[in-house]
Design a protein around this ligand. Structure first.
Ligand code: CDT
Length: 314
């Protein structure tokens, strides 16, 4: 592998059922971390909420959810083997989990851990999808707005493993602002985990569009920000509730260089060229030269449509 190449692995998880223990989830992550390291990975990306089933699909009280699915510390006794193995193999990782903070607040969180098992970056999910009320008519719930607060750390980028790594979580990948805020901090690689149900409870959407929009979002954002993206699914049927796979490594060209083939535990790998984005960064997406922030004010002034339009020219 030449000096410029960065070994990136994405470790997709198949289903985690309600009855599965956190220990069994960690054992699966440990096994995939070993495989990632054996294939030359410097960093392995695990999914969103990787230690439990995707519990926001179930109606329950916040207290119940907290007792059953949240981590009050990280590393925790149950995740310590992951940190120990990362250190002994010299590999970094991204991990998503439900965080109960010291002040009692709850977040949908991910961390970046370096090859010495130090937590170097924490991200708390900002674009929380779903609802907070009970929808008994729906086939399942999507209660992220009930169980989690909106993240309060912003979108960060961390120097690690010889490059600049940004992180986000699932629904964030559909929003161009997520990636632009990170690319303005010189992110070269953005990693994320996701749990994307195959059915939309809010409107009828053919399942094939779920995969299309997932890949479209990442391909467009990788290209428009000249960065690499590594995205890890938790997928397959969790107790009868199906979620899409499609874990992928996407290049700054917008091309997919690796994609999972199953809906099970599966490691994908690419030796990625960290110079591949340079042409885009230096030319078509030379931000310093071509961006026009004086015309982008509405991006931060308006949440949505509804305030007055631009004055009409007579
Ligand atoms: N976990 C998560 O954020 N899931 C959402 C489902 C939203 S429905 C469009 C996602 O964006 O995949």
């Amino acid at each position: 592998m030449t000096k410029e190449r960065f070994g990136l692995a994405v470790a997709q998880l198949g289903p985690i059922h309600l009855s599965d223990s956190r220990e069994s989830a960690v054992a699966r992550l440990v096994e995939m971390m070993r495989e990632a390291a054996s294939r030359g990975a410097k960093l392995v990306v695990f999914p969103e909420l990787a230690l439990t089933t995707f519990f926001p699909r179930y109606w329950m009280s916040e207290e119940d959810a907290e007792a059953r699915f949240f981590e009050p510390s990280m590393p925790s006794p149950v995740t310590q083997p992951l940190f120990d193995l990362a250190k002994s193999l010299g590999i970094g990782f991204y991990l998503g989990y439900a965080e109960r903070a010291a002040d009692g607040r709850r977040f949908n969180t991910s961390i970046l851990v370096d090859d010495q098992a130090n937590i170097v970056g924490r991200y708390r999910k900002i674009h929380l999808p779903g609802h907070s009320d009970h929808k008994p008519e729906a086939p399942f719930q999507h209660l992220e707005k009930k169980f989690f607060e909106v993240g309060n750390d912003g979108f960060g980028v961390w120097p690690m493993l010889g490059t600049n790594v940004g992180q986000c979580i699932c629904n964030d990948r559909r929003w161009p602002e997520t990636f632009r805020v990170m690319s303005l901090q010189d992110a070269r690689l953005v990693v994320l985990g996701y749990n994307t149900p195959s059915w939309n409870i809010h409107w009828t959407e053919p399942p094939h569009l779920r995969m299309f929009h997932h890949l479209l979002s990442m391909q467009a954002n990788a290209y428009q920000n000249a960065l690499w993206i590594g995205a890890a699914a938790k997928c397959g049927s969790e107790d009868g509730f199906h979620m899409i796979g499609g874990s992928a490594i996407v290049a700054p060209t917008g091309e997919i260089v690796a994609q999972s083939q199953s809906e099970e535990d599966e490691v994908i790998f690419a030796a990625i060229d960290m110079t591949l984005g340079d042409n885009f960064r230096n030319h078509v997406f030379n931000f310093a030269k071509h961006r026009r922030p004086e015309h982008y004010g509405l991006i931060v002034e308006r949440t949505g449509v509804g305030t007055p339009l631009a004055p009409q020219v007579e």
